[in-house]
Design a protein around this ligand. Sequence first.
Ligand code: ZN
Length: 98
Amino acid sequence: MLDDLNTDEVRRLRQLADDIVAGTEDRTFWIGGARDTSLAILRQVAEWLGDSCGQRRFDRDRPGSLYAHLPCVRPAGHPGQHLDALGQSWEQPAEVPR
Ligand SMILES: [Zn+2]
């Protein structure tokens, strides 16, 4: 699907998908399908453009956990919570290692 789009179009598609995912954070019971599709788009664009956030969840009590979690698929510099390809979101403290 992404092969037919130019880079600018892919970025716009990603923004749309990111808006849907962010907007459905607390309402997965009625819009799960749209959220799943948007997550799939974010995951594909993350692989295709390679400029997504990429932050991984870090559990302070488990230092080895940094690479046990999937990276964030939202656009770099996004506001709010991080989100991985499985739809799990998390807050990240500022001093976390990358
Ligand atoms: Zn992120």
